[in-house]
Design a protein around this ligand. Structure first.
Ligand code: G6P
Length: 609
């Protein structure tokens, strides 16, 4: 989604802003722009496509100055053209960048046109900059003028504005879209996320909903939603800075796949004793584990698939009902909340607009408590949830989520075991066995990754395919959904997933030699049923790609490509079987030559509805 960077410094900020934009590329965008404010006025470059195109413009015609704002745009209102790229201007001296959506932009546009404003873009953003310009006519104080203009806006947004006058400063505001201030020495910065500023600072102030802030070289003043000045705390960034470095890997996605044994180990650390899950990992208030009688899981995308796996674990181990729903659906319906229901959100970023809206709605309902399983400690979701379990995957840059998913599954397994044990549904011996299995998970993930070169060869068979069908049973069904999502996200092959038992109810009609069928075969009670499903496919000339352990007795033969996955405890199968599917999608995308880390049209963090 759109990304914002801004800087006010004693030095030329052009390079800082361009580097910030490069660091935001992972969020997904289709055009970019920078405005630099110096004694000659505010001047901008904009470009469609990659940030490199913008850098080329700076190379050809440098813009120097000590105050500036910059933006990567993910088109919502109006195509990705140069005219629609931010910054937008009102007059020569006032420029603005914006992330989010202004819902009443049509009405505002009509009103502003009636006042004589000319619009140069199709964006909703342009109304904001004209509103600020209009407000400045009656309110000479720049910060106050911005505050006045914001009062007319409906929707979710984060903005950064610069005005060429004698008071050098940036004004920024947050209402529904994330914004973080970076604190430096005699220089200050702003961005949509910390990663964009790690080259200049590790000290951050997280703006809260409704905050407006003024950034000068010497300080940051923050007004809250009630217009009262607040001292917001400064946090020091403690992720590994190298997260933004690909190291020896060709793509971030591959690096993140390979990091999984390490980050899953980090996710387990401090959360298990020799024989038990340590309930202290949920914070001081872990009483909810005993009381919970129902679980409602709400999430989007890959996180939603992790939630679907957890439903099997929670119902099986803790013997309580669990529902899983996508946040964009949940937030717009009337939800029945049985007594003692836990509201559980899953999110890598903690900034997904629909998941946040669902949490805010849930907080008005009669839930036992709200628990966020999230990867970003400083995120809005973490700050607004009652309880948090961090996944500790480290920064994930590839748009297609990999290590965030397996660490979510790990955290969900910890949560499921804790609930089951606290409710007396799990014997001590069984809990000790599960904890033992969890401890071995990093080593199994490592073993699964060792199949990389085999899977790379398998991937070549997908180069000319246009469709693929993924089948799974039980908790492997959500893994099949996740496998299909990965393949379509980065290789643009149309992929669908079905519970294997549904094959005869429709998808079998699609099966022929052009339709590869991918299936993960767990070694459990469903094995024989799944083998029959595979026979049904083979009998129709379908090409099968089977991922299974040796004990399943499956092997490669005419029309069947068998890839071995390590044999693991049944509870770990969904997590370990995810690895070959990630690697398959990755290598298919590489074979097809797509932009693996920044697939077309997609955003890493979906901060608008
Ligand atoms: C976007 C990303 C997905 C992610 C989903 C939910 O669509 O491209 O990878 O699964 O948002 O994001 P969250 O940060 O809430 O997990």
């Amino acid at each position: 989604m759109c990304g914002i960077v801004g800087a006010i410094a004693q030095r030329n900020v052009a390079k800082i802003l361009l580097e910030g934009l490069s660091r935001l590329e992972y969020r997904g965008y289709d055009s970019s722009g920078v405005a630099i404010n110096n004694e000659t006025g505010v001047r901008a470059h904009r470009a469609v496509g990659k940030v490199q195109a913008l850098k080329d413009k700076f190379e050809a015609e440098p813009l120097d100055g000590k105050i500036g704002i910059a933006h990567t745009r993910w088109a919502t209102h109006g195509k990705p053209t140069e005219a629609n790229a931010h910054p937008h201007f009102s007059g020569p001296d006032l420029a603005l960048v914006h992330n989010g959506i202004i819902e009443n932009h049509d009405v505002l546009r009509r009103e502003l046109k009636a006042k004589g404003y000319e619009f140069k873009s199709e964006t909703d953003t342009e109304v904001i900059v004209h509103l600020v310009h209009e407000a400045l006519k009656s309110e000479p104080n720049f910060v106050q003028a911005v505050k006045n203009a914001l009062e007319s806006l409906h929707g979710a947004f984060a903005i950064a504005v610069t005005l060429n006058d004698e008071n050098e400063r940036l004004v920024v505001a947050r209402q529904g879209s994330p914004l973080v201030v970076g604190v430096g020495i005699e220089e200050n910065f702003v961005a949509s996320d910390q990663l964009a500023l790690l080259h200049v600072t590790d000290q951050f102030i997280f703006l809260e909903e409704g905050d407006v802030a003024e950034l000068t070289r010497d300080g940051v003043t923050v007004w809250d939603k009630d217009d009262i000045i607040q001292e917001r705390p400064i946090s020091v960034f403690n992720h590994n800075v190298d997260a933004t470095d690909k190291g020896e890997f060709r793509h971030y996605m591959l690096k993140e796949i390979y990091e999984q044994p390490t980050v899953v180990a980090a996710c387990l650390e401090g959360r298990l004793s020799h024989e038990r899950v340590l309930t202290s990992c949920f914070g001081a208030n872990s009483e909810f584990l005993k009381q919970v009688e129902n679980v409602h899981i709400v999430a989007c995308g890959t996180s939603y698939h992790a939630g679907m796996v957890a439903k099997y674990w929670i119902e099986d181990m803790a013997n309580i009902p669990c529902t899983v729903e996508v946040a964009s659906e949940y937030r717009y319906r009337k939800v029945a909340v049985p007594k003692n229901t836990l509201f559980l959100t899953l999110s890598q970023s903690g900034e997904t607009a629909d998941t946040l809206a669902a949490l805010r709605m849930a907080k008005e309902l009669n839930y036992l408590t709200t628990l966020a399983i999230c990867n970003v400690p400083s995120s809005t979701l973490v700050r607004e949830s009652g309880l948090t379990l961090l996944t500790k995957a480290g920064a994930e840059i590839g748009v297609a989520s990999t290590k965030a998913f397996t660490t979510q599954l790990t955290a969900l397994l910890i949560t499921s075991i804790a609930i089951a044990a606290e409710k007396g549904e799990l014997s001590d011996a069984k809990q000790a066995e599960l904890v033992q299995a969890l401890r071995s998970l990093p080593a199994y993930l490592d073993a699964a990754i060792k199949q990389d070169s085999t899977i790379q060869v398998v991937a070549e068979q997908f180069a000319n395919k246009h469709h693929a069908l993924f089948l799974g049973r039980g908790p492997m069904f959500p893994i099949a959904l996740e496998g299909a999502l990965k393949l379509k996200e980065i290789s643009y092959i149309h992929a669908e997933a079905y519970p294997a038992g549904e094959l005869k109810h429709g998808p079998l009609a699609l099966v022929d030699e052009d339709m590869p069928i991918i299936t993960m075969v767990p070694h459990n009670v469903m094995l024989d049923k799944l083998k029959s499903n595979l026979q049904e496919v083979a009998a129709r000339g379908g090409e099968l790609f089977v991922f299974a352990d040796k004990d399943t007795d499956l092997h490669s033969e005419e029309g069947v490509t068998f890839t071995e996955v390590p044999k693991v405890d049944a509870i770990l199968e969904p997590i370990v079987h995810t690895i070959p599917l990630q690697l398959l999608s990755y290598h298919v995308a590489v074979v097809k030559g797509t932009d693996v880390d920044q697939p077309r049209n997609l955003a890493k963090s979906v901060t608008v509805e």
